[in-house]
Design a protein around this ligand. Structure first.
Ligand code: HEM
Ligand code: HEM
Length: 186
């Protein structure tokens, strides 16, 4: 038991780490469904893979919301000592853009599935519609959903992972370790 409650923890809490790595696993499954499901066009039937894509996408949205709430109320550990200001700032920008995409991408997918009149079922229950089928002005949501996921999200995740590996292997600092399971929590 720690008595030094005035000290910021050296690493992310178990909850923050669990939510971070849960999202990573869910996203790997989600991109696998996205890239193997049939191309979605007019009158495409909702196959098992498409339905799994919807269900996992909604779960990602829910976990991202919980994570964001946790982040906004509980904060983050102090930055690692000796990290240059520009790296700290760019890391912050990438993290907030990732949070934003984790909300906007599934919401656009949901809106597009509604627009197409495709049912979104979660454990046997159909979810409410955010817009009506073929509602005017919402046709673009499918293309933007795919582009943001396939490009914006994957490019940012690529930069994010490259930075984590750079810190670990080149700088030899604790940036990666404080997000890994186990120790580092004081
Ligand atoms: C973070 C969560 C999500 C990610 C990363 C994601 C990713 C993707 C990707 C990459 C595609 C394009 C597939 C291709 O290359 O052709 C796609 C298409 C699609 N996704 Fe998602 N998706 C997510 C959540 C959702 C959700 C929650 C729904 C609906 C409930 C959804 C519905 C759709 C639909 C309808 C399409 C076809 C869009 C079109 O081509 O017009 N997605 N998704
Ligand atoms: C193998 C893949 C990944 C690795 C090695 C990794 C590594 C890390 C590390 C080390 C941190 C802490 C950075 C710091 O303390 O400044 C972090 C934070 C973060 N990661 Fe990842 N990550 C990965 C994948 C992802 C993915 C796929 C997403 C979401 C799309 C993501 C979103 C975030 C966010 C939003 C934070 C900021 C947490 C906060 O301070 O609020 N990461 N990641």
């Amino acid at each position: 038991m720690s008595t030094a409650t005035h000290l910021a923890p050296a690493g992310y809490t178990g909850t923050a780490k669990s939510l971070h790595w849960l999202i990573v696993i869910l996203l790997i499954a989600q991109f696998t469904f996205a890239w193997t499901m049939p191309h979605i066009g007019r009158n495409t039937p909702v196959t098992t893979l498409i339905s799994l894509h919807f269900t996992f996408g909604v779960i990602i949205l829910a976990v991202a919301l919980i994570r964001l709430l946790f982040r906004l109320t509980r904060g983050v550990p102090e930055p690692e000592a000796g990290i240059p200001g520009w790296q700290e700032n760019s890391a912050q920008i990438v993290h907030w853009l990732l949070y934003l995409l984790l909300l906007v991408v599934p919401l656009l997918g949901w809106i597009n599935a509604d627009w197409r009149g495709m049912p979104i079922a979660m454990f046997g229950h159909e979810l409410p519609h955010l817009i009506a089928a073929r509602a005017a002005g919402w046709q673009w949501t499918g293309d933007v959903h795919g582009l943001l996921a396939n490009y914006a999200m994957l490019i940012l995740v690529g930069l994010h992972v490259a930075a984590a590996l750079y810190h670990h292997m080149v700088m030899g600092d604790g940036v990666l370790k404080r997000m890994l399971p186990g120790r580092w929590i004081k």
